[in-house]
Write a protein that binds this ligand. Structure first.
Ligand SMILES: [Zn+2]
Length: 342
């Protein structure tokens, strides 16, 4: 026992001596590694700041959320666009450096677009056949919204055909359940977002909480049953919020990260204190005339072009929120960890 104890002790001493001999270089190495890591992190951050400044990143700037309805050859209301007009709408966005993100990506702050580009959200209300009609092989019919989105994207590599479709029980004109499922699954499989637009397109203003939850919850469940997608966002019919605006976000059967209105300005960035997930403004797509002289898409896109300091510009890194230091007071606290002021 004693011998063993001694030899054990001897081993301990030997180990201590060995450690003693080696300890300094080991510690020095660790310290060096730490210093290296800290220096590398600092250099990385400096490089990120430089890149953000070079493209004048402004991730606290405003984002146009465009509101489309029908795409029809002969527009009947100012909500309709012809295929030709819709192509031109998209071409303008491409030309002016806009890249589509989905409504869900906007509200959750997952804006992953190249440096120097501006996000735009393309939304389609009322789930009409003019937006999506497929042939028996699942190919979109010519001049539908999805066909045009795909054409424009194919002509501009790097520009993804991303959009959000706000669904009611109209289900793109399909009444047979399997065909409804085909339509919703096609959208999902092609990278489009499915959103909630209430079952019967009800004006939610002034309705009871029970009615609001039933209108939103029932279509939400239906969308999920058909496509295995739980909508992340809702567009409020006529842009009208319920008596308590949070009823649109939270109900027994649903949880939305954002509720969209129907007018009349660009939306604040999700990282900005001005952002209200329960009431995100959208812009009707229309030329500068009549009611649209100031508050529709042509007017706002002109304004954002003339006022680039007001517009959201990406630094190309979805993990940071980059902005000129001057704008720091507008940053929402929740995003402080990702902030990259320059
Ligand atoms: Zn609608």
């Amino acid at each position: 026992m004693r011998l063993r104890y001694l030899s054990g002790l001897g081993a301990l001493i030997a180990a201590a001596l060995l450690t003693g001999c080696d300890s300094q270089p080991e510690t020095a190495k660790l310290t060096n590694n730490k210093v290296d890591a800290a220096a590398k992190a600092k250099a990385d951050r400096a490089a990120k700041v430089k890149r953000a400044a070079a493209v004048k990143a402004n991730e606290l700037g405003q984002i146009p959320v465009l509101m489309f309805h029908r795409i029809v050859p002969k527009p009947q209301t100012t909500d309709d666009r012809s295929p030709q007009q819709f192509r031109a709408d998209l071409e303008r966005l491409v030309k002016e450096g806009y890249v589509p993100v989905s409504a869900a990506e906007l509200v959750t702050g997952k804006i992953d677009i190249p440096a120097g580009k501006h996000p735009v959200v393309l939304t389609f209300d009322d789930s009409s056949p003019s937006q999506l009609t497929l042939n028996a092989m699942g190919v979109p019919q010519k001049d539908t919204a999805v066909a045009i989105l795909k054409e424009v994207a194919a002509a501009h590599p790097g520009w993804k055909p991303k959009a959000t479709f706000y669904v009611t029980r109209d289900m793109f004109g399909k009444t047979v359940r399997e065909e409804q499922a085909q339509a919703l699954l096609w959208l999902k499989d092609n990278g489009f977002e499915l959103g909630n637009h209430t079952r019967d397109h009800f004006n939610l203003r002034g309705r009871s909480q029970k009615e609001v939850e039933e209108q939103i919850g029932s279509i939400g469940k239906e969308i999920e049953a058909l496509s295995y997608v739980k909508p992340v966002t809702i567009a409020l019919p006529y842009g009208n919020q319920p008596s308590k605006k949070n009823w649109a976000l939270r109900g027994k059967a649903y949880k939305h990260a954002g509720a969209f209105l129907a007018g009349y300005t660009p939306a604040p960035a999700p990282f900005s204190k001005a952002f209200d997930p329960a009431g995100i403004p959208r812009i009707k797509v229309m030329e500068k005339k009549g009611d649209c002289a100031q508050f529709c898409s042509e007017a706002w896109l002109d304004w954002l072009k003339k006022n680039p300091d007001m517009r959201y510009t990406s630094d190309g890194d979805p993990r940071t929120v980059a902005y000129p230091k001057f704008k720091a007071p507008s940053l929402r606290k929740a995003f402080a960890t990702w902030s990259l002021p320059y």
